[in-house]
Design a protein around this ligand. Structure first.
Ligand code: GLA
Length: 650
């Protein structure tokens, strides 16, 4: 089954709306709802007094109607009584401002009293509903860190010190790692250490990097506490927590995914990306899939149309919601869910689209919601199949955090944007890729791309060398392999980690202004960055007009590693990626605006998804039968703006 549904917030509505909602859900083919996400103040209106009657009635109603529940722990939004009684548990921002209650996530992740009160309500919920027939999974918290991912209060500072003692053991080791010989920053007592705060000039880079690591861990620890408690009470019920893959970069989701049974995520169209916004969705889907290789994942939220938080909030065109949904399905999702079921008439999200809109049933949104339910029901045997990619892009959170320090050769060089650009170029070439942690097993990939990995630890550096030595093909982008895991420069010429592998030594960086371009002999240009690189074994594949190397290749044992000394733009990047992939035996097959992805299973099931993002009909090579049973013999026609799924002939 492909799970279909959304967040349901019945507590916002009078009780007589509930049966109508459930009747409409059945009409739309809804199989699951996420429930109770923001219900803490309704479930525990006064500290220690629990009121579950209304939730009992909802759970029973859903069970009677065969709709399953991802029951949420309501800990993402503590009630006003919590902030009022325990003001010391409120989060504090970088500038020292307290963030008060009145919206959501008003708690410090390191607050002991927050943890105590959160676990108390989780325990009540677990005991009451752990065996309920409607319960399918625990939905733990909601989007950890969305608004309070970094807290700078004194409680957080104390927790940060504990985390640092664990990591370093001694102050000497910490002083060494943070390079506190610089600017007289040497610590002589643990108590002197703070979270980063407003300082007269740049903060210590080691401190800011470790604080980002700590902040991710502090939230992960909260997740673990809730998970472990629920596991004790209801050992057979699985759980997840919804990530914000591609939108939120403050949690190290590689580390988080190891703790999760099932990965789920929320994903929203970036209106400002205009015509290419759907490529960004593909990015987030590929990233989410990669967090648990070889396993399906759940799209916990997306939008039927406009959101309410982007300033200008673009509504989706007819058919766009289907294309977006099928993109996620094609890229490995076994659930397509929305925020939210019924559009609110109250609160800060009343202008956010939903499955059941303000206008009711005679609307584009409702018709498409019902049609999507049918499509997903017809696609039920897609569940459990996975996507196999031949190309991986290396990505690491610690590297992104380290490069986020403002004292850089060029702050315009933004790793997330570069990674997204390389992914987008692969998307246009019709090459599906995974993402991988630098330390992951890379042996299953024909090519490994490293667009922007400023920081790599020794294990990650050696891992790429081993991969290439074993016959792999690598392509490394500039300003990668520069520092170790303490953000300390690897000496002897850049990129220190991979000088030998690449057969290149970079003497000096020559960053470019944002409106400058550097022309390449082979066509197109590079932006933001250039280098003076010397060959120490590599051959040159392209140069700047002055003859300096722009693109090099080095044969290394059974494989080869390419290097770029600039960031090629569209045409030039496509040329490089096509060549590297072709060398690795991966062929570019892309047709502009047409997305084609395959999901398959060892048992022989295979599905080809074709999504036409253009205004003209398209033809895609395929053989099998479409979901509605039409035979396809070699060529599949995908009408303008439409989606087609083919059960491929075995
Ligand atoms: C997030 C949250 C939801 C809602 C949506 C709006 O994903 O999890 O509660 O706020 O954003 O887009």
């Amino acid at each position: 089954m492909i799970v279909y549904g959304g967040d349901w917030n019945p507590e916002q509505w009078p009780e007589d709306v509930w049966p109508e909602d459930v009747r409409l859900m059945r009409e739309a083919g809804v199989t699951h709802v996420s429930l109770g996400i923001f219900s803490w103040s309704m479930l525990e209106p006064v500290e220690g007094r629990f009121e579950f009657g209304w939730l009992d009635r909802i759970m029973d109603l859903l069970a009677e109607n065969g709709i399953k529940v991802y029951l949420s722990t309501p800990t993402a939004s503590p009630p006003p009584w919590f902030a009022h009684t325990y003001p010391e548990a409120l989060p504090v921002d970088f500038e020292g401002h307290t963030l008060y209650h009145g919206s959501r996530q008003a708690f410090c992740p390191s607050s002991p009293v927050y943890r105590e009160k959160a676990l108390a309500i989780v325990e009540q919920l677990g005991r009451r509903y752990g065996g309920h027939p409607a319960l399918a999974m625990w939905h733990i918290h909601n989007e950890y860190g969305c608004h309070n991912g970094r807290c700078y209060c004194d409680t957080s500072a104390a927790a940060f010190r504990t985390w640092l003692r664990d990591r370093y053991g001694s102050l000497d080791a910490l002083n060494e790692a943070w390079g506190t010989a610089f600017w007289s920053q040497r610590y002589s007592d643990w108590e002197q250490i703070l979270t980063p705060r407003i300082t007269p000039s740049f903060t210590n880079p080691g401190q800011q990097l470790d604080y980002r690591r700590f902040s991710s861990d502090a939230l992960l620890d909260l997740y673990r506490a809730e998970r472990d408690l629920l596991a004790k009470i209801s050992p057979d019920v699985p759980n997840t927590t919804n990530f914000m893959s591609g939108l939120y970069w403050d949690a190290d989701y590689w580390a988080w995914a190891e703790e999760l049974e099932v990965v789920s995520t929320d994903q929203y169209l970036a209106g400002e990306l205009g015509d290419e916004a759907h490529i960004d969705l593909a990015f987030a889907a590929d990233l989410t899939r990669s967090f648990k290789p070889g396993r399906p994942w759940l799209l916990m939220e997306h939008s039927t149309s406009a959101v309410n938080w982007q300033g200008y909030n673009r509504a989706k065109q007819p058919g766009e919601m289907h294309r977006n949904s099928v993109q996620h399905l094609a890229r490995g999702a076994d659930a397509i869910m929305f925020f939210q079921w019924r559009a609110s008439k109250i609160g800060a999200e009343k202008w956010h689209s939903a499955m059941y809109p303000h206008g009711g049933k005679d609307t584009k949104i409702w018709r498409e919601v019902v049609a999507l339910g049918e499509l997903l029901r017809d696609a039920s045997d897609v569940a459990g199949t996975t996507v196999k990619a031949d190309v991986a892009i290396l990505l690491d959170f610690a590297s992104i955090w380290a490069q986020d320090h403002p004292a850089q050769p060029n702050t315009e060089l933004k790793p997330i944007e570069i990674v997204k650009q390389w992914h987008a170029e692969l998307w246009k070439l019709g090459i599906t890729c995974d993402f991988a942690h630098p330390g992951a097993d890379l042996s299953g990939y024909r090519a490994v791309l490293v667009p922007a990995l400023y920081l790599v630890d020794d294990a990650g550096a050696a891992n790429l060398e081993r991969y290439v030595a074993g016959g792999g093909r690598a392509l490394v982008g500039p300003y990668s392999g520069i520092v170790d895991d303490r953000d300390q420069v690897r000496l002897g010429g850049y990129p220190g980690a991979w000088r030998d592998l690449l057969g290149v030594t970079v003497e000096e960086f020559f960053p470019l202004r944002s409106d400058d371009a550097i022309e390449l002999t082979g066509g197109g240009s590079g932006r933001l960055w250039s280098e003076v690189a010397h060959l120490t074994g590599a051959e040159v594949l392209d140069t700047y007009l002055d003859g300096r190397p722009a693109w090099t290749r080095h044969a290394w044992e059974r494989g080869a590693a390419d290097y770029l000394t600039t960031l090629p733009t569209g045409e030039a990047l496509a040329r490089v990626l096509t060549a590297v992939c072709a060398e690795a035996g991966v062929t570019a097959t892309g047709t502009p605006g047409i997305e084609v992805v395959r999901r398959s299973h060892q048992d022989g099931r295979a599905f080809l998804f074709a999504i036409n993002h253009t205004a003209a009909d398209a033809e895609v090579p395929a053989t099998g039968t479409t979901l509605d049973g039409t035979a396809v013999d070699g060529v599949l026609t995908v009408p303008a703006g439409a989606v087609r799924t083919v059960r491929e002939a075995r």
